[in-house]
Write a protein that binds this ligand. Sequence first.
Ligand code: UTP
Length: 301
Amino acid sequence: MAVRKAVIPAAGLGTRFLPATKSQPKEMLPVVDRPGIQYVVEEAVRAGLDDILVITSRGKATLEDHFDRSLALEHHLEKMGKTELLQEVRNIAEMADFHYVRQKEPLGFGHAVLIAKAHVGDEPFVVMVGDEIVPDPRGDEPPLVDRMTEIYEKQDASVIAVQEVAAADIPSYGVIDPEETSDGFLKLRGMVEKPAVEDAPSNLASRGRYLFTPAIFDAIERTSEGVGGEIQLTDAIRLLAEEEGVYAYVHEGPILDVGKKLDYLKATVELALRRDDLSEPFREWLLQRAETLSDEHSLRS
Ligand code: UTP
């Protein structure tokens, strides 16, 4: 069955980005000139997913407003003759069919995905974490979700995106136990949430994109509260791997986590450097700044 729905969980509290997230959603923090979640929506649309369900929560109304028409603003831009901006602002609302449902309590990522059940129904769908940005690969490499869809179509099973992570970062992620199939695919034998380095079955951690068959909902429903008292998606993926099979795709390009302060700064630099209108002056400034930084560093040491 064709994959056409995306689910974007964006109901978390964003405690790692306080105080900025005290009264505004972390998914709405600007990265260069647009809220982080807009990159995620644009990625979904490029992958042909034009039915987008966002899982929101109290205090996230600005997120819905962003993907809605703003008639007063459009009228103003029209009057000022700013046609390009007008088109850009209008497109945001017309990119896809947007739907919203609230998660009433922050019971975890797995619980947020389960809330999508009624909307998704009996179809495969892609979960795209609202605070992780996946820039399109340079050159003619297909984007991550396209790659995952190819594997889903061949195997008729769920596919999760994984990346190699450094040992020090292993305890922050869900880590897979992979085996290579005879036809060269990576299949999950199991998966562990936030393991200690010595217990980790590999250095491949799951990262923000998951293509699920609808069987994931039943697996989440049979999952009890796990690490941190939250319903962990990892536990449900492990069940699904045992019962239906789950594949992994190793993504080589960057996945930018904009929910953490240091990674947010890196994401801003990375995405600004990819922008035609900003990259040149920004690169020049960065190089100069790096020079003064290295002078300061040698003075100190
Ligand atoms: P995070 O692990 O980043 O959690 O969730 P968080 O609560 O947003 O952030 P911190 O740890 O307090 O800083 C990954 C994704 O899952 C969503 C988040 O919005 C984020 O996009 N999420 C998380 C939910 O939708 N509901 C939840 O209960 C938890």
